[in-house]
Write a protein that binds this ligand. Sequence first.
Ligand code: ZN
Length: 188
Amino acid sequence: MYHPERIRHPDNCPSLVLNADYTPLSYYPLSLWPWQTAIKAVFLDRVDIISSYDREVHSPSFNMKIPSVIALKQYVRPSEYPAFTRFNLFLRDRFACQYCGTSSDLTFDHVVPRRAGGRTTWENVATACAPCNLRKGGRTPREAGMKLHVQPIRPTTWQLQDHGRAFPPNYLHDSWRDWLYWDVELLA
Ligand SMILES: [Zn+2]
């Protein structure tokens, strides 16, 4: 019988990495390790194998199915607040312009403009599309007659993770589905 899983290239067999409590280390981007890293962690006794691909890798001393889901043995405590990065800011705003809601041509807007003393902080920067940014110019939302969809806040790591669950990756191995429950939520 033809088993596409058995001939899958190892480089197409990433391992989903779960924390010791069996939640993904990260949803978006999804916490994935290349197979070499996963197998090394198995041999270092740092992870448990939860599920495996049918695809095996061979060396002179061992044969092993590539792990598809692994769990860290030691719990990694996420920091309470995420780093202030462009990616995290887009994720906080769900990749949508906070003025008109579009998800294309996204940039950042200083809500209180820099020339008026507005700082580059979680609380003063919002995702905005280029046309809205241009329209607003160097004005406050009130001056420009534009309304922010949500007042910007400094998110917690938990809030960002929650937003990330709304963005499933292109590739989902069957064995991952039990650990990533957005499809369950969508059906519910
Ligand atoms: Zn816009």
